[in-house]
Every structure is written in structure tokens, then in C-alpha cells.
Design a protein around this ligand. Structure first.
Ligand SMILES: Nc1nc2c(ncn2[C@@H]2O[C@H](COP(=O)(O)OP(=O)(O)OP(=O)(O)O)[C@@H](O)[C@H]2O)c(=O)[nH]1
Length: 479
């Protein structure tokens, strides 16, 4: 097309009521016809650069994001946009044509009211579904309230709400409600309402999953209870749709018209069904997530219990041999890394066979529990561990304690056992229950073997037993 024919075409287009924009990408200029000049409130119509459109607000109908004037000439831009003008939102349909290598033409046509309504509702649906798609438990109220407001507004209703059936399946609760300006809310009043109070409503709802009334005054006699309730709420028309969860009715959403009667249309039904499905899906997701979280929590608790169980001695409730072995291994490595000392105490109740024989096995068990509790209480620092090593023998891991400190600890240990004052009349070394204690202190390396430490502490315990009992012996490397 020659420049001359474009000019002639432009003279014709300028007379049309259709708004037209031309863009020349060679010199980045725009020109608009008279209809577009009026539509966009532009001062000039020729040789405009993009700043001439600074006061023009164009938004995407899908996400309300701002669209720059040059983006309108991008073929990827949606064919429906909104023009914001003096508090007004004008939906526009746009069509793009390439006139020459550098010149593109855009026609903008304001949409008719039913098409506008369709796009408005499309936007509502798009917003609701985007909003509810990855709903989290903690923001559900916010999102449901948003969805109710959106459908209430889209239906030009006065009130919209969500009712959920309570777990007893006998009562219903209005969990969320949106009301138009000046309309009385009823949510507080509609908590735990017995279904039997609305027999007609539930008969229809259970059978059809829908309750549609254009004029509540025309409800049949069977709906007297409902009529009374609707009159209290000043409802003239009502539309409710059931929410299904695995084919089971779990509640409903609805819209009321208070200020006017409304003859609900087939389109209204389709729309509220769509919103009902979106909300039911969101509730289902939340329910699954809750169940999953609960199952995960139960699994964690079960694992914690299991781990406690496998690491705990059944009689004394302190660490068992398994836990001791694991801890000693890791503490050797930790002390080796930090170049800290490590002490191990092995101790054994003196003449425990005689104690059992004299006082009975049950008393013996009680004594073991008391000793274990005392040892456990003494282990207060991080990494300290008292364990039942076997029978009446206990082991205590003491990271970062050197020989002198460990000796002090062993003395304290014997004092605390003495304070228990467990009478042992058959002991040859004292009147009460006593412990023989052997210990070994070292600066482990990463190659230090746990058995070496255990054997050395055990050898010291053996020496304590052999040389009189109720005493503390230390293992020295030269031994
Ligand atoms: N009541 C009770 N006794 C236990 C338990 N485990 C081991 N014993 C008893 O502890 C006693 C240990 O006896 P010995 O190994 O001969 O040692 P001892 O009598 O303490 O003598 P020394 O260690 O040499 O002072 C045995 O009689 C075991 O039956 C237990 O869980 N409960």
C-alpha cells in the first residue's frame, strides 16, 4: 500500500465512530482518529509519541495489570482490555492489522452490555479459581470471603454465603458471609442450625443439590418454616447450590436478593454451579491437606516414640546399650574434632545378687530404677549420657571431662547413691547400696575405637571390684 492510499484510507477511517489508532514503528509515532481522540481524551491526533498516552489507563481483563500503549500493537496482547476513565471501566475489544512494513492499525470497540457482563463474570471466575487453586489452611477464610464477595457482586445480589454441614450431619453452620452495603448480616445467628428447622429446603437440596426461588412469597405451604426464616432476613429471591465432596453433600453456597426480586436465569444457575464446584474443590483440597498434615504429624510422633523406644531401657527408662554404643561413637568423633578430652565411667552395684536374694527381685528392680534415675540426673551437660550397660552395670559418657574432673564426678556419683540410703544388710562394704566405679579418660582421635575406651573403663571397674568394692579406680595407659 502506498503512503497516498494509506492517507486516503485514513480520511475515511477518521469519520467512523470506531476508535482507531495507527502506529508507525519506524519513527515510533501514533495517530488516532477522532473517535479514538475522544475515547482517550487526547489533545492532538497526529504525530503523537507514547507520552501522549500517559494519562490513559489500560488494564488487562484477566489480571488487572497495566498495559502500555505500545503493547497493544503486540499480537500476543489479549483481544479484550479495559479502559479506566473517570471511575468508569470500559471494556474494549481490540483488533490489530498490519498495514505496511512499519504501520499497524488497531480498532477499539467498546463491548455491549451483555458481553461486558460475560467478561466481568469470566474475570470473577478467573480470579476466584486462581485465588483458590493453591489455597492453604491458614488463609482459607480470606479466600472464601473474596469468592463470596465476587459472586455476590457479579450476581448483583445483596448477600452471599457458605454453609457447611457440621460433623454430626444434623446441623449446619454459616461459616462465611458477604453482605452488600446497608444489608443486615445473619452469620452470627445461623450457627449450628438444625436441618430439621428447614425441612422443605433440605428436601429440595438433598434431591437436586439446588434451591432456586424467584419469589419467596410464592413458596408452597410445605415451605412455611423457610418462608418465616426468609422473611426475618427480608429475602425476596434466593439461589443456593449444593457443595459435593465425593458425591456427598457437605454444604451449600447461595445468594439472596433483599432489595429486589430476581428471576434467576439458566445462565445464573450455570454460573453459581461453577463457583460452587470451585469452592467445593478448595474445601476438598484443604481437607486433604489437613488429613495429610495430621498423618505426617502422627508419623513423626510415632517415629519419635519408636526412636525413644529403641533407645530406652525398658526397666529403668534411661538410655539402653544401643543408644550408648551410638552415642559413644559420635562423641569420640566430636571430641576428636574439637580436640577435647572424653571420659567414660563404668559402674556396678556391689553385691547385687545378695540384695536380690535378700529382698526379692522386685525390690532389686526398684533399686536399679533409683540408681538409674540418680545417674541420669547427674548428666546435665550436652553430650553427657547415662546408660544401662547390662544387668546391674551402668555406663556414663562424659565428653570434655578430663581425668581429674571425671574423678570428681565419680565421687559425687557415690555420694548421691549413698544419699539414696537403700538399705543393703548383706553388703560386706556398707550398710546401704554402693557402687564400684572404674573410669578412663583420654583425648580421642578419629581412629580411637569405642571398644578400647569401654575395655579400659571396664578394666578399672574390675580393679575396683577386686580391690574391695565401693571405690573409684582409674585406668592408666601404662596398666
Ligand atoms: N532385680 C534385678 N536383678 C538383676 C537385673 N539384672 C541383673 N540382675 C541381678 O544382678 C545380679 C548380679 O550379680 P553378680 O554379677 O554376681 O554381681 P554382684 O552380686 O553384684 O557382685 P559384685 O558385682 O561382684 O559386687 C544377679 O543376681 C542378677 O540376677 C534386673 O533387671 N533386676
Amino acid at each position: 500500500m502506498s503512503d497516498d492510499s494509506i492517507l486516503k484510507l485514513w480520511q475515511v477511517l477518521n469519520k467512523l465512530s470506531l476508535a482507531i489508532l495507527l502506529y508507525d514503528n519506524k519513527n515510533n509515532t501514533y495517530c488516532v482518529n477522532t473517535a479514538a481522540q475522544i475515547l482517550f481524551d487526547l489533545k492532538h491526533c497526529d504525530n503523537l509519541d507514547s507520552t501522549a498516552f500517559n494519562a490513559v489507563t489500560l488494564l488487562s481483563v484477566h489480571n488487572n495489570k497495566h498495559i502500555a500503549i505500545e503493547s497493544l500493537f503486540d499480537s500476543k496482547t489479549s483481544t479484550n482490555i479495559q479502559l479506566k476513565k473517570q471511575q468508569q471501566s470500559i471494556p474494549l475489544n481490540i483488533a490489530l492489522t498490519q498495514l505496511s512494513d512499519s504501520v499497524s492499525m488497531l480498532c477499539l470497540e467498546p463491548l455491549k452490555s451483555d458481553v461486558i457482563e460475560l467478561y466481568n463474570f469470566d474475570r470473577v471466575i478467573s480470579e476466584i479459581s486462581t485465588d483458590l487453586i493453591d489455597i492453604q489452611n491458614d488463609d482459607i477464610d480470606l479466600h472464601i470471603n473474596f469468592a463470596l464477595k465476587a459472586i455476590g457482586t457479579a450476581f448483583a445480589a445483596d448477600r452471599s454465603y457458605l454453609f457447611e454441614f457440621n460433623t454430626d450431619n444434623e446441623t449446619i453452620t454459616n461459616t462465611h458471609e458477604w453482605v452488600n452495603e446497608g444489608i443486615e448480616p445473619f452469620k452470627q445467628r445461623l450457627q449450628n442450625v438444625p436441618k430439621t428447622e428447614l425441612p422443605y429446603f433440605f428436601e429440595v437440596m438433598n434431591a437436586t443439590h439446588l434451591f432456586q426461588v424467584n419469589d419467596v412469597l410464592k413458596l408452597p405451604q410445605a415451605a412455611n418454616a423457610e418462608k418465616v426464616e426468609f422473611q426475618i432476613q427480608k429475602i425476596q429471591s434466593v439461589l443456593c447450590i449444593g457443595l459435593l465432596f465425593d458425591k456427598e453433600l457437605i454444604g451449600f453456597i447461595g445468594c439472596d436478593c433483599v432489595n429486589f426480586k430476581r428471576a434467576w436465569t439458566h445462565i445464573d444457575l450455570i454460573r453459581i454451579k461453577l463457583v460452587g464446584e470451585i469452592i467445593a474443590n478448595a474445601l476438598k483440597n484443604i481437607d486433604y491437606k489437613k488429613k495429610l498434615q495430621l498423618a505426617q504429624q502422627q508419623l513423626i510422633t510415632a517415629n519419635q516414640k519408636l526412636s525413644l523406644l529403641v533407645n530406652t531401657d525398658g526397666l529403668t527408662n534411661i538410655a539402653n546399650r544401643r543408644c550408648f554404643d551410638e552415642t559413644l561413637k559420635s562423641e569420640i568423633q566430636r571430641c576428636a574434632r574439637n580436640k577435647h578430652s572424653l571420659s567414660l565411667i563404668m559402674c556396678d552395684i556391689d553385691f547385687f545378687k545378695r540384695y536380690n536374694d535378700n529382698y526379692g527381685h522386685q525390690k532389686g528392680d526398684d533399686a536399679l530404677k533409683q540408681v538409674a534415675k540418680t545417674l541420669n540426673k547427674l548428666c546435665r551437660r550436652e553430650g553427657d549420657l547415662a546408660a544401662r550397660y547390662g544387668g546391674e552395670e551402668f555406663a556414663i559418657i562424659l565428653p570434655s571431662l578430663n581425668a581429674a574432673e571425671c574423678h570428681q564426678f565419680a565421687l559425687l556419683l557415690q555420694q548421691k547413691i549413698a544419699l539414696l540410703n537403700i538399705v543393703h544388710s548383706d553388703s560386706s562394704v556398707a550398710k546401704t547400696l554402693t557402687l564400684s566405679v572404674g573410669f578412663y579418660s583420654t583425648y580421642p582421635t578419629k581412629n580411637t575405637r569405642p571398644e578400647t575406651i569401654i575395655n579400659n573403663a571396664d578394666a578399672a571397674l574390675y580393679e575396683a571390684k577386686e580391690t574391695g568394692r565401693n571405690k573409684i579406680c582409674q585406668f592408666f595407659e601404662s596398666n
